[in-house]
Ligand binder design. Structure first.
Ligand code: AMP
Length: 430
C-alpha cells in the first residue's frame, strides 16, 4: 500500500498526517496528490467524506513551503460554499501545516469584518474564504488577490447551486492568469463542466466513487411512515436504538426549528442548524453536538454542507430532499472515509415520487424496513397521495406526477417546480 511519503510528500507533512492518525492515503489522496505536487491543474470528482480536503491541502502546503513569499498577499486561495466548510478547510490547513512556516486565515460572512482586515494586513500565505465576504474585502481593498498561485474551488457544484457563479467569476477576474487551478465537485452538471472548461488547463482528471454514487459503506434504509407519525417514529428510533449523535435533515429552516423543539420536549436534547442562525449559534450547536452535549442536530441541506464529524453513526432523512443529489450529500455525512455508518429515511406516502427519483439516481432500490406500529397511513386511514416532488404545485392542488424534471433545478425555491407531465403510475413503497 502506498504511504504519504511515497506520494511525494515531505516528512514534515507525512508526520502531520500521521499525528492525525492517518497512515494510509485514501483513493482520492493517492490519485490527486502527485499531479498537484507537479503543479498540474486538477478536476476532482469526489464527494465529501473521501478525504478530499487533505488531498488538496497537503500538496498545496508543500508547493507553497517550497516556493517563496514575496509580499504579504496570499499565494493560495480556497473558495468554499459555506462558512462551516471554510472553517473546516481552514482547520485542516492549520493542522497539516503546523510544522511549516506558512500563515493562513479563514474569512466568511456573518461575523465582524475588522478582525479579518487586521489578519489580512498582517500577511498570510493561504486564504480560505466564502465568495461573498471575499468580494466585500476586495471591494474595500483589504485583500490583494494578485499574487495567487493556487486556486481551489471546493465543492464547486454546491457553490453553483447556491448561486455563487457570478461571485466566482468576479473573483476570477482579480486573480493573475498564471496559476494552478484545482476544482472539486461531487456531481457534474453542464454548468460545472462549463466552469471547469473555462478555468482548468489540461487538468488531471481524478474521480473516486462512481458519479452520484452514495458512499458504499453507508447502510441505507427506508422506513415507511405517516407524515403525522414521523416525529414519534424518530423519537422511538433514537431512544430504542440508544442513538447518540444523530444528524437529522429537514427540508425547511422552520421545520428544523420545530423538530428540534419537539424532540427537546420528548426529552432528547437537540439543536437546529440552518442559514438563518447566527454564525455563533451554528458554531455552538456544532460544538455541543461534537461534544455529545446534544444528541440530535437538525439541519437543512445548505447548513449541513460543511459538517464533518468523524464516526457520525446516524443520519436520518426526516424528509427526503427535493433534489435527489442532496440525498447523496446528506448520507455522505456518515460512514466517512471508510467508517461504518447508517442512513435511514422516514418516507411518507407523499414522498414516493422523491424516493423514486433518488433510487433512479443511485441506480438501485433502497431496502425498506417497516417498523411495527408504523406505516404510511394517516390516522384517518387515508394515504396522503400528494407528491411533494412537485413542491408548491402539490400543496396548491396541482396534478400528481413524478418529481424528476426538477432534479437539476436550484434547490430551495418552490417557484422552480415545473408543471408536470402526464400522471405516472404510482408504485407503492415496497
Ligand atoms: P473530507 O472528504 O475531506 O471531508 O474528509 C473526510 C474525513 O476523512 C475527515 O474527517 C478527515 O479527517 C478524514 N481523513 C482524511 N484523510 C484520511 C486518511 N488518509 N485516512 C483516514 N481518514 C482520513
Amino acid at each position: 500500500m502506498t504511504s504519504f511519503a511515497e506520494l511525494g510528500l515531505d516528512a514534515v507533512l507525512s508526520q502531520a498526517v500521521a499525528a492525525k492518525g492517518y497512515d494510509t492515503p485514501t483513493p482520492i489522496q493517492t490519485q490527486a496528490i502527485p499531479p498537484i505536487l507537479e503543479g498540474r491543474d486538477l478536476l476532482g470528482g469526489s464527494q465529501t467524506g473521501t478525504g478530499k480536503t487533505a488531498a488538496f491541502t497537503l500538496p498545496m502546503l508543500q508547493r507553497l513551503a517550497r516556493g517563496r513569499r514575496v509580499s504579504r498577499a496570499p499565494r493560495a486561495l480556497v473558495l468554499a460554499p459555506t462558512r462551516e466548510l471554510a472553517a473546516q478547510v481552514g482547520e485542516s490547513v492549520a493542522t497539516y501545516g503546523k510544522g511549516l512556516d506558512l500563515g493562513s486565515a479563514v474569512i466568511f460572512g456573518g461575523v465582524g469584518i475588522h478582525p479579518q482586515i487586521d489578519r489580512l494586513r498582517r500577511g498570510l500565505d493561504i486564504l480560505v474564504a466564502t465568495p461573498g465576504r471575499l468580494l466585500d474585502h476586495a471591494g474595500q481593498g483589504t485583500v490583494d488577490l494578485s499574487k495567487i498561485e493556487i486556486l481551489v474551488l471546493d465543492e464547486a457544484d454546491r457553490m453553483l447551486d447556491m448561486g455563487f457563479i457570478h461571485d466566482i467569476r468576479r473573483v476570477l477576474k482579480l486573480l493573475p492568469s498564471r496559476r494552478q487551478n484545482l476544482l472539486f465537485s461531487a456531481t457534474y452538471s453542464p454548468e460545472i463542466k462549463a466552469l471547469a472548461d473555462g478555468i482548468l488547463r489540461d487538468p488531471a482528471l481524478v474521480e473516486v466513487a462512481r458519479r452520484n454514487t452514495a458512499a458504499e459503506t453507508v447502510a441505507q434504509l427506508v422506513h415507511p411512515v405517516a407524515k403525522s407519525d414521523k416525529r414519534a417514529l424518530l423519537s422511538q428510533l433514537i431512544r430504542e436504538g440508544d442513538w447518540h449523535q444523530v444528524l437529522v435533515f429537514t427540508r425547511t429552516k422552520h421545520g428544523a426549528n420545530r423538530l428540534a423543539e419537539q424532540l427537546g420536549k420528548d426529552g432528547i436534547p437537540s439543536a437546529a442548524i440552518h442559514g438563518n442562525k447566527s454564525q455563533s449559534a451554528r458554531t455552538r450547536a456544532l460544538a455541543d453536538f461534537k461534544a455529545n452535549a446534544i444528541r440530535v442536530l437538525v439541519a437543512t441541506d445548505v447548513a449541513s454542507r460543511g459538517i464533518d464529524i468523524r464516526l457520525l453513526p446516524h443520519v436520518v432523512n426526516f424528509e427526503l430532499p427535493n433534489v435527489p443529489e442532496d440525498y447523496v450529500h446528506r448520507i455522505g455525512r456518515t460512514g466517512r472515509a471508510g467508517e461504518e455508518g447508517c442512513a435511514c429515511s422516514l418516507v411518507s406516502a407523499d414522498e414516493r415520487g422523491l424516493l423514486r427519483d433518488i433510487e433512479r439516481l443511485l441506480k438501485r432500490e433502497i431496502p425498506v424496513a417497516k417498523i411495527p406500529g408504523f406505516d404510511m397511513k394517516e390516522a384517518d386511514g387515508r394515504e396522503d397521495a400528494r407528491d411533494t416532488s412537485r413542491g408548491s404545485r402539490a400543496r396548491s392542488g396541482g396534478r400528481s406526477g413524478g418529481g424528476r424534471d426538477q432534479s437539476r433545478k436550484p434547490r430551495g425555491s418552490s417557484e422552480n417546480r415545473n408543471p408536470r407531465g402526464p400522471r405516472r403510475p404510482r408504485r407503492a413503497v415496497r
